[in-house]
Design a protein. Structure first.
Length: 229
């Protein structure tokens, strides 16, 4: 068994085989890096949102609420709730300062809604950054491994034709080593697909929380309502 495996495939392979192995190895490292970084980030942002949303709605005024979200020296750096709260606050101030130009075309409710939706879209786009890499790796890695298998079997058949040795002990080694490429491709693809699905679900849950908070911000600025946390 020590004569077979990825090491032997590398030693016996040609330029194409080695290039495919390097490509799959780099894809694996990249996918795991994206999974770890994105998962840590979304868990951190979710934890911050859970820890500060209740305090915000229980604050005495908007200024104190913004401080709870991290506006006073950022005790919670990167709090997405703060970005939404500031977006609503700036939308109201902008509408008030430019009322002579906007009041005939757009009321305050519609203006705040558009600003909050724009902020939400930017946040969701940042959360989804990098997921396309996982999707691409998950969909292409098996085919790269399969191509390596086909390439290896092709060379194994050429060697068998040249030597004329077709016994199982001479065929099993080269063909088995070629099939390792398929296994390697799956080894790269499966974590990428699972990571993509897990991150998509986590982002969707966080986006739902942000959307609910945005509705509360809209109600607060437009109607003066303070929803229960």
């Amino acid at each position: 068994m020590q004569h077979y495996g990825l090491e032997n495939v590398w030693q016996q392979g040609d330029f194409v085989t080695r290039s495919l192995l390097l490509t799959l190895a780099l894809m694996s490292l990249l996918s795991w890096a994206v999974i770890v970084v994105k998962l840590w980030n979304v868990l951190r942002l979710t934890r911050i949102a859970e820890a500060t949303e209740y305090s915000f709605w229980r604050s005495n005024d908007l200024g104190a609420g913004l401080d709870e979200l991290g506006d006073d020296g950022s005790p919670h750096p990167g709090n997405l709730l703060l970005a939404l709260a500031l977006s609503g606050k700036e939308a109201v101030e902008h509408h008030r300062d430019t009322q002579a130009h906007l009041d005939e075309r757009m009321d305050i409710s519609e203006w705040v809604t558009r600003c909050l939706n724009g902020t939400l879209d930017e946040i969701v786009a940042r959360l989804q950054a990098g997921l396309a890499i996982l999707a691409s790796i998950g969909s292409t890695a098996p085919f790269i491994g399969l191509f390596g298998t086909v390439w290896g079997i092709y060379h194994a058949m050429i060697m068998i034709g040249q030597t004329g040795q077709t016994t199982i002990e001479h065929v099993a080694g080269p063909v088995g080593e070629s099939l390792i490429m398929t296994a390697f491709g799956l080894f790269v693809a499966i974590p990428a697909v699972l990571g993509y699905n897990a991150l998509t679900r986590a982002n969707r849950r966080l986006a739902t929380r942000l959307n609910r908070f945005a509705h509360g911000i809209h109600a607060y600025f437009v109607a003066g309502w303070r929803p229960a946390a």
